[in-house]
Ligand binder design. Structure first.
Ligand code: FAD
Length: 509
């Protein structure tokens, strides 16, 4: 949608603007467009307590029921109660690998729709477009799907005759794009838009009520400059409510150590891919150092290992740490990641196995020794260095690591990949959104310092009228971010009902 030609009067206040068009923004748009979940007349839920509660008011939609009451007593892999509730209703018992049908029935009720606009930098699908080149293929788990369109069925339809139960991130990204069209949501999406500021306006506007002023730029084809050239055109939209769904993959996290800015030290998977496509890495190269133990680091390990390029893999945690993402993912659904975890466990090198810089050998001796030790084990060419931190990177492509016992190791590498997560870019908010976090003194991060929201409405605790969902509130998996969409849609519907009741009361009196 072209915002310049859109029918928004300069002073029109839209009910809702969603910033971010990844799975979070798409799922919320679905619910705001009038798609409404009810308990199906034939629907049964394996949890009798939840079934009993749903049976009490079967004529009401989920958006009208008391979510807090429904959530009571439920347990799951997310710490957000509504995320656990919605997941359990969409994919009952999926933790046990069971394919129990959802007891929900989706009705399209356009009269319930809340006009809204979803803004996003790229095409609908968010981070999944950025993962496109990844080595990873995913099991066709229904966890990545959005309500109303079965991912497995869509894939089978798309790839007739292909008896392969795996999907690439590019296919998942394409599923999200298709979903927006299939559900008729595209009129609410303005892609190619980057929000640069949002501001609360308290006493202006024809209605006299406070609203949000959202400013940004939209990429548009500049006709006068010829076909294909793009220009950035500024826009302003105003809204009663704003939802932050911008994900957390924008700014790569840094170690903050000496030499991190050296050209051989990279902070994104794409730089590894670029080196591979330039033919810079093969089995004769010096090892690649991968720092980090998340999914992107795992992708990098797999990509380098696939080329038979030797890999050093350093990370702070122990391989058995329950906080390690691999210890939270089901092995059957994520075999590649399970393989990386196995490599991390089986190929561990401990301080005593690696010559330390305080020892007698020169750095070159150390490199030779280490390369020799890399040819052993089930995964030759890969060395796992748990409980290690990087101390410095040196201009001659040497990396200094320190184990938990304080022993230092110097490694000669061809490139170092620091893949330790990413921070959200909330530069469009005052102080980068810090005052809105659980700890207002610290920058916002998905794991340690998410935005603080009410657990049943996802409205920000310190800023009414502003909502957040997805990784910004600590929900990193698509499976659980859908709960945020339910909570927000339900709260907005409640506010709308309260407004209508208010109007009726005023008319009567
Ligand atoms: C390597 C890797 C593997 C993963 N594997 C899985 C997996 O197997 N299963 C799973 O469930 N999850 C996985 N994830 C996590 C998954 O990416 C997220 O759960 C999901 O994409 C979050 O959705 P979102 O819509 O909240 O944010 P995102 O998908 O990040 O989308 C946010 C969008 O907002 C846009 N945006 C940001 N700032 C602005 C702005 N100022 N103005 C306009 N638009 C803006 C961004 O460009 C982006 O398009 C993986 C992540 C990575 C990195």
């Amino acid at each position: 949608m072209d915002l310049q030609n859109k029918d928004i009067l300069p002073r029109e206040i839209l009910p809702v603007v969603v910033i971010g068009n990844g799975p979070s923004g798409i799922c919320l748009s679905y619910l705001l467009s009038g798609y409404t979940p009810y308990l199906s007349p034939e629907g049964t839920h394996p949890n009798p307590l939840l079934q009993g509660k749903l049976d009490q008011q079967p004529h009401l939609s989920l958006l009208e029921l008391d979510l807090e009451y429904l959530c009571e007593g439920l347990e799951g892999r997310s710490s957000n109660p509504v995320a656990v509730l919605f997941d359990s209703l969409l994919l009952p018992d999926s933790d046990f690998g069971l394919d129990h049908a959802s007891p929900l029935l989706w009705r399209y009720e356009p009269e319930r729709a809340t006009p809204h606009l979803v803004l996003g930098k790229g095409p609908p699908g968010g981070a999944w477009h950025a993962m496109e080149g990844s080595m990873l293929t995913l099991s066709l788990a229904n966890w990545m799907e959005l309500p109303g369109l079965k991912l497995k069925e869509w894939m089978r339809e798309k790839r007739r005759n292909v008896r392969n139960d795996r999907a690439t991130p590019a296919e998942i990204a394409s599923y999200y794009q298709h979903y927006v069209n299939q559900m008729g949501l595209e009129d609410s999406f303005a892609c190619g838009t980057t929000v640069t500021s949002i501001q609360r306006v308290n006493c202006e506007g024809a209605s006299g009520r406070p609203f949000w002023k959202v400013q940004g730029t939209q990429k548009r084809e500049a006709d006068e400059l010829g076909e294909g050239s793009l220009s950035e055109v500024p826009f302003i939209v105003c809204a009663d409510y704003v939802v932050l769904a911008t994900g957390t993959h924008d700014i790569p996290a840094r170690l903050g150590v000496e030499g991190e800015g050296l050209p051989f030290v990279c902070h994104s998977f794409w730089e590894l891919e670029a080196a591979i496509s330039r033919g810079q890495l093969d089995h004769t190269s010096d090892p690649v150092l991968v720092v980090g133990a998340g999914l992107t680091a795992a992708d990098a390990v797999l990509a380098a290992h696939h080329l038979n390029t030797p890999v050093y893999h350093a990370f702070r945690r122990s391989v058995t740490d329950p906080g390690l993402i691999f210890n939270q993912l089901p092995k059957l659904l994520y075999p590649e990641y399970h393989k990386v975890h196995q490599m991390m466990t089986q190929q561990q090198q401990h301080g005593q196995d690696i010559p330390s810089s305080g020892g007698t050998g020169t750095p070159v001796d150390q490199q030779e020794n280490n390369t020799a030790s890399m040819s052993t084990g089930s995964y030759p060419g890969y060395v796992s260095l748990p409980k290690h931190r990087v101390v410095a990177f040196k201009p001659d492509r040497k990396c200094v690591l320190e184990g938990e016992d304080g022993r230092r190791t110097v490694l000669q590498v061809s490139m170092a990949l620091v893949l330790i997560g990413a921070h959200p870019n909330l530069s469009f908010l005052p102080e980068n959104g810090r005052p809105l976090g659980l700890n207002p003194q610290e920058p916002i991060t998905c794991r340690r310092n998410p935005l603080e929201v009410d657990p049943y409405t996802y409205e920000l605790v310190s800023e009414g009228g502003l909502y957040a969902m997805g990784p910004l509130v600590g929900e990193n998996f698509v499976r659980f971010l859908k709960g945020g969409a339910l909570a927000i849609a339900s709260d907005l519907a409640k506010k709308q009902r309260a407004k209508e009741e208010n109007r009726t009361t005023l008319r009567v009196s």
